[in-house]
Design a protein around this ligand. Structure first.
Ligand SMILES: Cc1ncc(COP(=O)(O)O)c(C=O)c1O
Length: 384
């Protein structure tokens, strides 16, 4: 491996990822690779199911441990976390707790939201909501636009932390503070940043933070977590609800609708148990390596991608400033899906999105991985 190294034992971590024997995964903005521990976690559930027939106490405990691991990643406690099967579902539950019948009907949404989140807010127009969009220009959002968009008619501001297209990072603390000042709530989708950028929800001050697990959290589809600021939780009554949102889910009273005093009031039905096993194992990896150390290494790899892409005549999408960028780097290509396929045939797993191909390394990737991915991308792009 050439030159620089991260501040952890990268070789030991690489040994835990079987896919590295045949591929270079650079698609972490889409799906992280399997590790021995995430696989073992799934097998632990299968074994428990197989040998005990049913062990709900242990399975529910495991869901609680997954919530706690997510909480640890963001500087919260397990009581501040609800569990869902997707970010879309979590956003829908938040939306269902909002009231658009008064003066406040405005939802400030960024054009950089992953469409599913914006679509949840758009669906609220039937309930009286009106959307105002923070525009994307040259793959970025000017932070100052929120100062004018957020006003006394705003119910909630929805701002993705990292832009799925090119990794552009918004200043979540600034947006949350502006929302709070105007009496509005803030909702941050951190799916593209959690695990690669340290996050502390208490210091940052947002009301809601949501993320799923299959990208930089090293997990699988079918599970997502929602943080709800404990100071507001008892003011919210989501109509997307179910028995796990009750003070005592096992009261079995079909004639009452009480509310858990914690963020579990946002829980709905039986949680995704096997997914929680895997999610916890994935997040344990990230917490063990440490988001600050991961960030430091990904800044090195990100700069290498930007400079190396430029040197190979590739066209960058969005900013080249690593201070407001994740490790995901996007290049504009002629046919992103054909490029993805051609790269995969040569051992590089990249991720196509519309007009761009994304190269998204993670903590286990090396400088050699980045250089090889760039060489192959330049080769297939310049050849097509
Ligand atoms: C930032 C972001 N939010 C949300 C999603 C999708 O969320 P879900 O499919 O869990 O609803 C994605 C990508 O899949 C994403 O990149």
């Amino acid at each position: 491996m050439s030159g620089a190294r991260p501040d952890y034992d990268i070789d030991a971590w690489r040994r835990r990822i079987p896919l590295l024997a045949s591929h270079i995964p650079m698609n972490n903005c889409s799906q992280a690779p399997q590790t021995d521990v995430t696989r073992a976690a799934a097998e632990r559930y299968l074994e428990s199911w197989n040998t005990s027939g049913m062990d709900w106490d242990t399975w529910m405990e495991e869901v609680g441990l997954a919530k706690a691991e997510f909480a640890k990643l963001i500087g919260a406690t397990a009581d501040d976390i609800a569990v869902f099967s997707s970010v879309s579902e979590a956003a829908s539950a938040v939306a269902s707790a909002l009231d658009f019948s008064g003066q406040r009907t405005k939802l400030v949404v960024s054009e950089a939201e992953f469409p599913t989140v914006a679509q949840v807010w758009l669906a609220q127009e039937r309930r009286g909501a009106r959307l105002s969009y923070a525009p994307v220009r040259d793959g970025m959002i000017d932070a100052a636009v929120y100062d004018t968009l957020i006003d006394e008619r705003t119910v909630l501001v929805s701002a993705c932390h990292g832009y799925y297209m090119n990794g552009f990072v918004q200043d979540a603390a600034r947006i949350a503070a502006r929302a709070r000042e105007a009496g509005a709530l803030s909702f941050v989708d951190a799916y593209q940043t959690l695990g690669t950028i340290p996050m502390n929800v208490r210091a940052t001050g947002m009301d809601f933070l949501v993320a799923g697990n299959l990208k930089f959290l090293m997990g699988i589809p079918g599970i997502a977590f929602l943080y709800v600021r404990p100071e507001i939780v008892e003011t919210l009554r989501p109509t997307v609800t179910g028995w796990f949102g009750r003070a005592n889910p096992f009261a079995f009273d079909a004639k009452s609708l009480d509310w858990s005093p914690t963020a579990s009031r946002f829980d709905t039905g039986t949680p995704p148990v096997i997914n929680a096993y895997v999610a916890r194992a994935g997040m344990e990896i990230i917490n063990a390596v440490g988001p600050a150390k991961i960030r430091a290494w990904l800044e090195v790899l990100g700069a290498r991608l930007i400079d190396g892409g430029r040197a190979r005549g590739l066209t960058l999408h969005g900013t080249d400033d690593m201070r407001c960028k994740t490790a995901t780097t996007a290049f504009v290509v002629r046919d992103s899906h054909a490029i993805e396929e051609a790269m995969r045939a040569r051992g590089i797993v990249a991720s196509a999105r519309g007009s761009v191909i994304r190269l998204a390394p993670h903590f286990y990737n090396t400088i050699d991985d980045v250089d090889r991915a760039l060489d192959i991308l330049a080769d297939v792009e310049h050849r097509t």
